[in-house]
Write a protein that binds this ligand. Structure first.
Ligand code: NAP
Length: 288
């Protein structure tokens, strides 16, 4: 519960080692005087390192084991453990991105992407939203993606998995409205992080801190239907509209041209590998 000065008392990060998730937590700790943080995830050493960093800033930190691929009851119980005490903000930042969908994703990897991004993460959103609704306050920040607006040929499995996640998060935003709790659905384009470190950098790429700043601003916005979705950068909303409206053949051609482009500017942040799509109005800055 926020104290009399509006400071946040307790923040939970599901995906405690996520670069974007940590940037959001660091931001609210710096700007909103958070007293306690819970880091949940499967990488115990990574979580302990994060806990040590946050503890050094004067925050009380605890660590909870959470694996998105565990059975639903186990996942939900872990989320409940994180939310035992009244909590102001829950950030869900768990996900996995296969390297390239264009040649097809191996069945086992495709199953893992759906398991992590949709099934396990969906169970977490359900459990967290229920707890916030029951306590009558708090914000659930769900890290979706611009990829959720359309499963593109170059991003098929991830996009489809995120579409399910995004639909659930938006539905939960409607479900909890009026209870005092709220859900923010965050849709970044390409963000520099561990997840994208070996991927081609797309136009409009941003840093985790940019996502954190957008989330920080959105936390203060009044809860109304139009304020549920947070695009990062804001221009990504128009890009997503283009991606949604582009005919399927044009989208597939853009993906092929990107794949065939011998000048593709891997990892440099240049636009050369993405010009083909940009020509067609499908700015692939939206890749993740
Ligand atoms: N980076 C982008 O361009 C981008 C764009 C749009 C949306 N997003 C979304 O933003 C979120 C955060 O991504 P990020 O960029 O911060 O990537 P990241 O640093 O790689 O973080 C991904 C997180 O997911 C966790 N994770 C993966 N599989 C898991 C599992 N089975 N159980 C529990 N945790 C698991 C990772 O934990 P481990 O440390 O244990 O692997 C890590 O904490 C994701 O949902 C991603 O889809 C990212």
């Amino acid at each position: 519960m926020r104290d009399g000065l509006g400071r946040l008392q307790r923040v939970v990060l599901l995906g405690g080692t996520s670069d974007i998730g940590r940037a959001i937590v660091d931001r609210v700790v710096a700007t909103r005087g958070v007293a306690e943080v819970v880091l949940a995830g499967r990488d115990r050493d990574g979580l302990e390192r994060g806990a040590a960093e946050l503890t050094a800033t004067g925050v009380a930190v605890s660590v909870v084991a959470l694996d998105a691929r565990d059975p639903g009851e186990v996942v939900a119980a872990a989320v409940d453990e994180c939310l035992q005490a009244p909590t102001d903000v829950v950030v869900h930042a768990i996900g996995m991105l296969p390297h390239d969908d264009r040649d097809g994703v191996a069945p086992g990897l495709a199953a893992a992407v759906f398991d992590v991004n949709t099934t396990g993460s969906g169970v977490m959103l359900l459990a967290a939203a229920r707890r916030l609704q029951d306590q009558g306050h708090g914000t659930l920040v769900a890290l979706s993606s611009v990829a959720a607006v359309r499963a593109r040929p170059d991003n098929l499995v991830y996009g489809a998995a995120k579409a399910g996640y995004d639909a659930l998060a938006r539905g939960l935003a409607d479900q909890v409205r009026g209870s005092g709790a709220r859900v923010l659905v965050v849709r970044p384009g390409f963000v520099h992080s561990s997840m994208t470190a070996t991927h081609d950098v797309a136009p409009l790429a941003r840093q985790p801190e940019d996502v954190a700043a957008a989330v920080d601003r959105a936390l203060d916005r009044p809860d109304r239907p139009g304020a549920t979705v947070v695009w990062v950068p804001a221009a990504m909303a128009a890009v997503a509209l283009g991606i949604r409206l582009l005919p399927g053949r044009a989208l597939a051609a853009a993906a092929r041209r990107i794949a065939d482009d011998p000048d593709a500017d891997h990892h440099q942040g240049g636009a050369s590998g993405n010009d083909a799509a940009a020509d067609l109005g499908a700015d692939p800055g939206a890749r993740p």
